[in-house]
Design a protein around this ligand. Structure first.
Ligand SMILES: *[C@@H]1O[C@H](CO)[C@@H](O)[C@H](O)[C@H]1NC(C)=O
Ligand SMILES: *[C@@H]1O[C@H](CO)[C@@H](O)[C@H](O)[C@H]1NC(C)=O
Ligand SMILES: *[C@@H]1O[C@H](CO)[C@@H](O)[C@H](O)[C@H]1NC(C)=O
Ligand SMILES: *[C@@H]1O[C@H](CO)[C@@H](O)[C@H](O)[C@H]1NC(C)=O
Ligand SMILES: *[C@@H]1O[C@H](CO)[C@@H](O)[C@H](O)[C@H]1NC(C)=O
Ligand SMILES: *[C@@H]1O[C@H](CO)[C@@H](O)[C@H](O)[C@H]1NC(C)=O
Length: 292
């Protein structure tokens, strides 16, 4: 456990450079805007600093119903699921969404179905720095019901953001190259990602969003911490194909979880995850990278 937190902190301090970063979403997003190329997902890992207090809050408020404090965990967790949903559906190597702020949150029990959150939430597209206030509903199945959260979100302006030109260039670059790309540690232990690797890291966040959406419940708050490594595979069709190892962090349990993903991407089809597998905990593979 101690080791796992070290990974997060190592990644973190490199990213924010601020030992006393706070957990307010505003704080996270101002870090972002000051630093558009910085790690969007790990900025929020600053939660690790206030771990104890937040865990307590998380437990107490799990079943809160009615009007919720938009800055507290239950509202933030539901909003995060909307982020994963938008990224898994509409993300690309040059289009990535992030919760900027939760304005209003209301939770209700839906008999025989589960719990439904109604949210007013500002979502930011990171590359274009466009922010839109969207309304969304997140239904977490409960009782006999099984399966992932069901989400509805209306963010029309954000979906008009057009990354076609950059995505096409990325596609051509990796489709036509004789050499299949490989990479590791995006970001490295100093929080650094070289600009040419940034789209591959973003694509890793988008693919991870499919997993995070699938795994999310009312009691989780997932972020992708790092692409441990990636390998491009050759294809006979018009898709790009990749094998990624990613580290996901659940802020509620404080666990770092290792996932192996096999997915395809093309500008037309977006991300399609073919296989996803959670790897068993392995302390030796969770050591901070680049620290031999
Ligand atoms: C850290 O906290 C101090 C005192 O609360 C504050 O003056 C300073 O601006 C903070 N630094 C950052 C980077 O947030
Ligand atoms: C992003 O947009 C906000 C508000 O429109 C602005 O204050 C901020 O400076 C912008 N950030 C960047 C990096 O352009
Ligand atoms: C997650 O995905 C797997 C494989 O696609 C699926 O079998 C499973 O039902 C999903 N889990 C949830 C909670 O939806
Ligand atoms: C995006 O822009 C490209 C040209 O830059 C254009 O061909 C395409 O139709 C646009 N797509 C959308 C959805 O607006
Ligand atoms: C092809 O891949 C190699 C190695 O990854 C890289 O150095 C080169 O710039 C790539 N070529 C193009 C056209 O992207
Ligand atoms: C990729 O990362 C995973 C998880 O850290 C590790 O188990 C695996 O050995 C790595 N693979 C390569 C080729 O480095």
């Amino acid at each position: 456990m101690a080791l796992r937190i070290v990974v997060v902190l190592a990644v973190l301090t490199g990213v924010t450079g601020s030992p006393n970063a706070t957990m307010r979403p505003e704080a996270a997003s101002s870090d972002m805007t000051a630093n558009p190329n910085s790690v969007p997902e790990t900025v929020e890992e600053t939660h690790a600093f206030g771990q104890k207090e937040e865990e307590k809050e998380a437990e107490e408020e799990v079943m809160a119903t009615g009007e919720l404090n938009p800055n507290h965990y239950p509202a933030q967790r539901a909003a995060k699921v909307v982020q994963h949903y938008l990224n898994s559906r509409h993300g690309s190597p040059h289009r990535l969404f992030k919760v900027h702020r939760v304005h209003r949150a209301f939770a209700e029990d839906v008999p025989d179905t589960g719990r439904k959150y109604h949210l007013d939430v500002s979502i930011q597209e990171i590359m274009s720095n466009v922010t839109e206030k969207c309304s969304a509903e997140v239904l977490f199945p409960g009782g006999e019901q099984q399966g992932s959260a069901r989400i509805q979100a209306s963010c029309e302006e954000l979906l008009k953001i057009n990354s076609t030109t950059q995505d096409q260039a990325f596609y051509q670059q990796y489709k036509n190259n004789q050499t299949l790309v490989t990479a590791q540690y995006l970001p490295d232990s100093y929080g650094h990602v070289s600009p040419c690797m940034e789209p591959l890291r973003t694509l890793g966040i988008v693919a991870s969003s499919v997993v995070m959406l699938n795994q999310s419940s009312e009691n989780t708050l997932y972020n992708m911490v790092q692409v441990a490594n990636l390998t491009q595979l050759s294809t006979e069709n018009d898709q790009l194909k990749f094998h990624y190892h990613v580290l996901l962090h659940d802020m509620v349990s404080q666990e770092i979880i290792n996932w192996k993903l096999l997915f395809t991407w093309s500008p037309a089809e977006g991300v399609k995850v073919e296989q996803m597998e959670q790897l068993p905990h392995c302390h030796s593979c969770e050591k901070p990278p680049n620290t031999n």
